[in-house]
Design a protein around this ligand. Structure first.
Ligand code: GLC
Length: 474
């Protein structure tokens, strides 16, 4: 082979290699762009998704309200007292009889300003209320239904309009819980097994059109709506495709709205987990439970303060304020939101135990809210004495169990903060040193808060934390 030939082959090889290389490059770029696309059913960049979710992620704490005709029987039917918002089904009340509760639904004490005020004072940033629960009754003036507060009750005031206006005034996001399952609408299928209503002529697609009609009213007539929180998606008549379509429909009405994962078919029961790449919805919905760790995507735990969502006058099994405040820190420390429920009476009042708990949480939030709002999950695997949250260069230590020897051990915290103080007393400067791989904070003798005292550590360039599983004795 002469020299020219060799040079030619070499040059061709280089061109080919370059070609291949640039192909590879292009492929990589395309892939990068693809990973930018959040695989919700409406195409959206990661940046767009983050922007849409940003108020919700900052908020961290919201109020759930379960309110409807079931507040009238208040959990009791024929001497049995275990019921609540499911009473139509759990007590097997025929629809025609259940409808009569509407005549007694007259919440004369309802005061939107007070309700929103209680949520706001508790430190909550959004309210999710049942526009329609499984019983099919609507709390708003729906033009596509007569089974609503305007047409079926003596009250005849659009409760959701009053609440939405008040939310706007007080800077709280208004959100709707809307049940896909509907035990009242004649087109909804399946019927409860014990029911005697005929299914002849029932048309599930027509039911979906009806539901979409209501959703259009709810999204378009009440100002800015933060979240559409679906539920009742588990029946066999609902499927993946319908969820996908409903998600796209609601986003077409309002591109900025946030939708929970119960719009689709992907939820794993009470754990509320799902695969956001494969099923519709923007966040997971653990119910009555807090996941052991973060989920790797957005999530919100919803929880009752006692044992029922709707009002049950016999239910006195209230969680303590301590428990609720620590749960809030636990959830924030795992990167989730907390949606805490109140079930008002048919007169329009929050149960006193709920009022007391909201007020007590509010006291704590007034001092410590900054350690919850806009924070990210803990950098620590486990902290024996409490929880932790982070925000930019700041680390918050939530101390549930104040150490008796005044030394708070923070395992794996490698660097020294620029300043270190109690959130309840920003003037306090605490001492800090290292003992092996643990940082030690010197605490005053008594905890500023017996439930959860927050310590703030500010770092020049953020905290450096190493997980204990990576620390070898060597
Ligand atoms: C359940 C119940 C319902 C309640 C909801 C709250 O799915 O069916 O009554 O509204 O949980 O998450």
């Amino acid at each position: 082979m002469n020299l020219n030939k060799t040079i030619m082959i070499l040059i061709m090889g280089m061109v080919l290699a370059c070609g291949l290389f640039s192909c590879k490059k292009a492929e990589e770029t395309a892939l990068d762009q693809d990973t930018e696309l959040i695989k919700t059913d409406v195409k959206e960049s990661k940046e767009g998704f983050d922007k849409r979710m940003s108020w919700w992620r900052k908020a961290r704490f919201g109020l759930f309200i379960h309110w409807g005709l079931y507040a009238v029987p208040a959990g009791e039917w024929k001497g049995e007292t275990k019921h609540a918002e499911w009473i139509l089904t759990t007590a097997q009340i025929p629809v025609s009889e259940y409808e009569k509760f509407a005549l007694k639904f007259d919440p004369v004490n309802f005061d939107a300003a007070k309700w929103v005020g209680m949520a706001k004072d508790a430190g909550m940033k959004y309210i999710v209320i049942t526009s329609k629960h499984h019983d099919g009754f609507s709390l708003f003036d729906s033009k596509v239904s007569d089974y609503d507060v305007m047409d079926a009750t003596p009250f005849k005031r659009d409760l959701l309009k009053e609440l939405a206006e008040e939310c706007r005034k007080q800077g709280i996001k208004m959100c709707w819980y809307h049940s896909i399952m509907d035990w009242h609408h004649p087109d909804y299928l399946p019927r409860r097994k014990w029911e005697t209503r005929s299914t002849e002529g029932a048309d599930y697609d027509r039911y979906i059109q009806y539901m979409k009609g209501q959703l259009k009213e709810l999204v378009e007539n009440y100002g800015d709506i933060g979240v559409l929180w679906f539920d009742g998606e588990w029946e066999h008549t609902w499927n993946y495709e319908k969820g996908k379509d409903l998600y796209a429909y609601v986003r077409s009405l309002d591109p900025d709205i946030i939708i929970n994962n119960r719009v689709g078919k992907g939820r794993a029961g009470m754990a509320g987990t799902y695969d956001p790449g494969a099923s519709s919805g923007d966040f997971g919905t653990p119910e009555q439970e807090i996941p052991a760790t973060g989920l790797g995507y957005d999530w919100e735990t919803c929880m009752t303060m006692n044992d029922h969502w709707g009002y049950n006058k016999h239910d006195d099994h209230w969680k303590s304020t301590k428990d609720l405040i620590q749960k809030l820190a636990d959830i924030a420390g795992k990167g989730g939101n907390f949606l805490l429920n109140v079930g008002p009476t048919s007169e329009g009042l929050f149960p006193q135990a709920s009022i007391d708990r909201l007020a007590a949480i509010g006291q704590w939030m007034k001092v410590n809210g900054e350690s919850i709002y806009g924070t990210k999950a803990s950098l620590f695997e486990k902290l024996d004495w409490g929880r932790s949250t982070t925000k930019k260069n700041t680390l918050y230590l939530h101390v549930f169990d104040w150490p008796e020897d005044g030394k708070l051990k923070v395992p794996g915290l490698l660097n020294k903060p620029e300043s270190l103080f109690l959130l309840a007393d920003p003037g306090s400067e605490l001492d800090f040193h290292h003992e092996g791989n643990s940082a030690v904070v010197e605490l005053p003798e008594t905890a500023p808060d017996p439930i959860n005292s927050v310590i703030v550590l500010k770092f020049a360039a953020g905290p450096k934390v190493i997980s204990s599983k990576y620390i070898k004795t060597e």
